[in-house]
Design a protein around this ligand. Structure first.
Ligand SMILES: NC(=O)c1ccc[n+]([C@@H]2O[C@H](COP(=O)([O-])OP(=O)(O)OC[C@H]3O[C@@H](n4cnc5c(N)ncnc54)[C@H](OP(=O)(O)O)[C@@H]3O)[C@@H](O)[C@H]2O)c1
Length: 332
């Protein structure tokens, strides 16, 4: 005993499949085993956090639970030779916030294998503006860079006004590429142009449900976040020897395709998984985020709330009304 008391969002099952959310006084004694105790300064809000807070057993099996798949803060205690008290770190994904008490509490205790050194040129707050969404955008772009980029590339980004998409548009446009942003169902074209999209197209300009195995070649590369008919149409619209990344299923996990874009156009389709991304690749991606991929309008993509504001924003996420990135200041 003798742990520190701290504040955290706690989700409790009050009756079968009924869940209540409250900010509670907690103790680090109750945190799970792990060799690094981190004082969390900032977190951010993601769709998965809303699911966890709502009692979704696909995300979180056991309650009571503190959600928060993203955390940035300072190592308070370490049993690992890799970290010492005072180190500035980022922890995202793995099991954080799913079945391990997450970043919507002022402390987390995690295995050192999950901990990334925060690059000095990225503030705690900035790292959480990126968060898992921005990290996923950066992982998608890293795949395309490894595939081979050309200054003349024309790149389609889908779900472009969302968390992953807006950061992908921002990184790619800041790097000088010609980006076409797929508009969402509501018109977000003014925002998409502001973050550097050269063109904005409507879903109806892309989506083809005719079953044709290939469509007119339009883009050399694509970062897709939506899946379903959007991904199917994008794969069929990629130019010969182009590449496309797939990270999400906002529209659908189904993917109706023939093999023809792959065997007649040499198109490459990459899967993106941020959750179990190996540590060397994870650290490399954060280092890229903190250097070449840090764009000047980063702060304008986010709003900041205290821990007490989390449940209101989660309701907005659930209703599909949430825009941009929300960072949570745990000590405000
Ligand atoms: N693979 C990984 O490691 C990983 C990591 C993070 C996220 N993800 C996944 O990536 C996806 C995107 O995440 P996110 O955080 O960016 O989500 P988000 O912030 O909710 O963004 C989704 C975007 O898609 C738009 N959209 C929804 N339905 C659409 C439609 N029918 N046509 C065109 N646009 C549409 C939304 O606009 P409106 O709301 O205005 O319609 C919004 O701009 C999710 O599936 C998420 O689970 C995967």
């Amino acid at each position: 005993m003798g742990g520190k008391t701290y504040k955290g969002l706690m989700i409790r099952e009050t009756a079968e499949n009924q869940f209540a959310r409250a900010i509670e006084e907690l103790s680090t004694d109750q945190l799970p085993a792990g060799d690094v105790l981190v004082k969390v300064l900032f977190s951010s809000l993601n769709y998965k956090d809303m699911l966890s807070a709502g009692g979704n057993r696909g995300v979180t099996k056991k309650y009571p639970h503190t959600p928060g798949i993203d955390a940035a803060g300072i190592v308070e205690e370490s049993g690992s030779p890799d970290f010492k008290a005072g180190d500035e770190v980022i922890v995202t994904s793995y099991d954080l916030g799913m079945n391990t008490s997450g970043g919507l509490g002022q402390y987390i205790r995690v295995p050192s294998a999950w901990v990334v050194r925060k690059p000095a040129s990225l503030s705690f707050r900035e790292s959480m503006i990126f968060g898992t969404a921005g990290f996923t955008a950066a992982l998608s772009i890293l795949r395309l860079v490894e595939f081979g980029m050309d200054p003349a590339d024309e790149i389609l980004v889908t779900g472009a006004s969302g968390g992953v998409g807006s950061i992908a548009v921002s990184i790619l446009s800041h790097a000088g590429y010609s980006v076409t942003a797929l508009n969402s169902l509501q018109d977000e074209s003014a925002f998409l142009k502001k973050i550097g999209a050269r063109q904005v197209i409507e879903p109806a300009d892309l989506v083809d449900t005719s079953g044709r195995p290939m469509l007119k070649e339009r883009w050399t590369k694509c970062v897709d976040t939506l899946g379903g008919d959007v991904l199917s149409s994008a794969v069929r619209s990629i130019r010969g020897y182009g590449a496309i990344t797939c990270c999400g299923n906002v529209i659908s996990p189904e993917l109706k395709l023939t093999v023809f874009p792959f065997i007649l156009r040499g198109v490459t389709l990459y899967g993106i998984d941020s959750q179990n991304c190996p540590m060397p690749r994870r650290q490399k991606t954060w280092d890229m985020i903190a250097s070449q991929w840090k764009f000047p309008w980063l702060a304008t993509l986010s709003s900041e709330i205290p821990l007490g504001g989390v449940t209101g924003v989660m309701d907005e996420i659930k209703a599909g009304r949430h825009r941009g990135r929300t960072v949570v200041n745990l000590w405000e």
